[in-house]
Ligand binder design. Sequence first.
Ligand code: MN
Length: 457
Amino acid sequence: MSNPKWSLASYLDELKRDHPEELLVISEPSPVDYFLTALVLEMEKRRQYQVVVVENPQGSTMPVVANIFASRRRLAQLAGTDEAGLSARYLAAENHPVKPVRVDSGPVKEVVETGGDIDIQKLPIMKHFESDAGRYITSGILVAKDPDTGVCNLSYHRMQVKGPAKLGVSLHSRQHLWDYFERAERRGLPLEVAVVIGAHPVVLLGASSKTSIEVDEYEITGALMGEPLELVAGESIHVPYPAEAEIVIEGRILPGVREPEGPFGEYTGYSTSRSTQNVFQVSAVCRRQNPLYLSVIPGYSMEHLNLMRVAKEALMLERLKERVSTVRNVHYPKSGANFHCYLSMKKMAEGTARQALLLLFGLDPYVKLAIAVDEDIDITDEEEVMWAVATRMQADRDSFVVPHVFCNRLDPSSVDGMSAKLGIDATAPLHWDVIRSTVPREWQERARQLLNGKECP
Ligand code: MN
């Protein structure tokens, strides 16, 4: 049997024990349709990022958990580091993968439903935004095997409930799972997929990796855990999944079948009908006797954007440093919905900031605005970045536009899949003799010590 340490429930127990202030538990019966999205977005306005647990959601016996990934500190804790070390730790995991192991069974097999017993509509799958086409699974990790190499891929895709055993799915980001399905469909074959809903959050963090198509994200999860992830075999498909998962929907993406899917509220903050319109036929539902239902609040929410950007920041940092070794950090600010990116660097020669900015545009087609700052600027603090722009940048000298470049089509201002790229070099000129006002380091430390432990959650 598998180790219960790596379950969602034990993660929540640990959080309750070590950081009770990070939990917001709603015990009384509560609606979840629209309400959970509204609650989390309202919390964000107040800079509150607690994990939300709805113990008695209306219409279901399964508690609903959301907002785990809204806090970067929690993400860093999951990876066994602090916020400043997150990119380096994630990169180390990608560079030193740990293979999963197979176990005979696990809690995810406590209940196995097949055939006429299947009804995914019994799960507390929610409505999130007014303009959404229906109920959507948002936290599902889609696990599939490469039709040629057998490597497992883990990725996130929106899934719309279409019936007791049918889901719509969009692979519009056209990444690894889309590539798998393309190859299967060309052979006239369905693609077997396990949809994992609810697992230890480190599994979701590993699944967000943006590394190459040859890499199995289960191995990155194992590296983040520091030990192999335990997997069980599927009931109706040849795809393994975590033994300690809460709920797994097994099934197939059908070849040659397309049906309308969407619109759905995407990370840009806008509703979009862009969809590959694939159809997923359910063949089994495996779950715990009393599972938790995990949600990732979709749209322009902190947890959605965090899950998209943490792995990307690590990857971009590594790629940029290969050519501009003095790049120190890369950050996608939430305000930019993944279309803006800040980088900090130690400038060794004039022009290297532009070089890094141009590289970034080439590496990530999502980015429309990139700003380079000196290494004394904390790029996770947007106010500091804008202060650097205000005091070290002159628009005529320090900005440039690259017109008509391939971009992300979910940007509603893009035209025919093209957008312009704005680069801003907000690094100070070399040999700048302007003195930044600071207080001595020891007094900064004294101030930190006084405030530590006096923070309000
Ligand atoms: Mn992949």
